[in-house]
Design a protein around this ligand. Structure first.
Ligand SMILES: [Zn+2]
Length: 389
């Protein structure tokens, strides 16, 4: 699904209804399909970028575009390679080898002109590494491709959780007893959760958690139940501090320099080394290794402060995809309640996508019409009789 919204409409930006569906298709998410699917959108955006938008009173509006999505979709739109490649970052030239280097600071160093000119001039020799196809939406400047805070939280949460499970496994403690304790602790903080054996993978699966539930675990999970006191203190700090960063991303008043300092502190904690030799009394176990750092962590530490600074006018949270996730949920329920689910016979047969988009268009039409041509709704009057005794 591709939606569009007006960023200046800040008070309503988090509502699913403020996001209008412009593309909805059931196919796979890859460059070739998307190139076909968004062909008309590309030419319309190009024309808007060049000519602006003239409203009914003759005023010409200049339009600036911004883009936000999860990593995979953004990489496809940019014609950029997969995040496991050596050059993994859409904004800078950091390599996989340097992703966990604490002393390096990265800023946005590529730009869209560089990407599109190289392709349109047909000389791919000086393209930044990793850019293998022409960007699909070249009218949007690269520093307007803003990562989505929801996916940053979800994916970094996944990594932190995986590292906790890995540690339990390495200590041979990932057993029925520990899993029962974890399930109980997550239930204690009012999140439905359980483990079950995945026979095909010979491992254990667990309930996938939604954003709100992951945030609860981030804020309230008590690591004392599975780790020693000292270890629990360290891991709890890492989880709570990440939650604080998430809250800062949500707050329009967040100062970018402050965020940069807090994020850097968190990064240093994530990478804190062991102290003294193992099996000695003064040994203190550290946390994680540079190779445990993921592309999303790289973006959080290096690029989010810059995006907060660049787009303070809207606030970084305005670029969240949460409203679009909600919209997706709404469309699934429209599919079940208001469409024939791709069914029907002969000429009555209609695509459910067509029906969903028609439904949304009708809502949009009446929402606009009610502004210009108000129809008064019937009013109810309650008439009381005066009863004399
Ligand atoms: Zn980068």
């Amino acid at each position: 699904m591709i939606t569009c919204t007006v960023l200046d409409n800040i008070p309503n930006i988090h509502k699913a209804d403020s996001h209008n569906t412009v593309i909805l298709y059931p196919g796979g998410e890859n460059y070739e399909i998307l190139q076909q699917v968004i062909k008309l959108l590309i030419s319309e955006l190009h024309s808007l970028a060049v000519n602006g938008l003239e409203d009914s009173s003759g005023i010409k509006w200049k339009v600036q575009f911004y883009f936000s999505s999860d990593w995979k979709f953004m990489a496809i739109i940019l014609g950029f390679n997969a995040p496991n490649a050596n050059f993994f970052c859409p904004w800078c030239l950091c390599t996989k080898n340097d992703i966990g280097n604490k002393s390096n600071v990265y800023r946005i160093e590529k730009d869209m002109d560089q990407l599109k000119d190289e392709f349109f001039n047909n000389s791919t020799s000086t393209l930044p590494p990793g850019h293998t196809k022409p960007p699909l939406l070249p009218m949007i400047p690269l520093n307007h491709y803003v990562p989505d805070k929801l996916h940053i939280m979800l994916r970094i949460w996944d990594r932190l959780w995986e590292l906790v499970i890995q540690e339990l496994k390495s200590e041979n403690r990932y057993n029925t007893h520990t899993r029962a304790i974890i399930s109980m602790e997550i239930k204690r903080i009012s999140v439905g959760f359980h483990f079950w054996p995945d026979h095909s993978m010979q491992s254990w699966s667990y309930t996938p958690l939604m954003g709100g539930d992951k945030e609860k675990v981030l804020r309230d999970f008590n690591f004392d139940v599975i780790f020693s006191e000292e270890r629990a203190i360290l891991i709890t700090r890492l989880w709570r501090d990440f939650h604080s960063l998430y809250k800062l991303m949500n707050d329009q008043k967040t100062d970018s320099t402050f965020f940069a300092a807090q994020a850097r502190k968190w990064f240093n904690l994530f990478l804190i080394l062991h102290q003294s030799e193992p099996n000695t009394l003064s040994f203190k176990k550290g946390l994680y290794r540079p190779k445990d750092v993921t592309p999303y962590i790289h973006v959080l530490i290096n690029h989010i402060p810059e995006f907060i600074e660049l787009h303070q006018r809207f606030g970084f949270a305005a670029f969240s995809c949460a409203a679009v996730e909600k919209k997706n949920h709404d469309q699934v329920s429209i599919f079940f309640r208001k469409t024939m689910k791709d069914g029907g016979k002969g000429t009555d047969r209609k695509s459910a996508i067509f029906e969903i988009l028609s439904y949304e268009n009708r809502l949009l039409y009446f929402a606009q019409k009610s502004n210009s041509d108000q129809v008064y709704k019937p009013q109810y009057f309650h008439i009381k009789e005066n009863v004399e005794f």
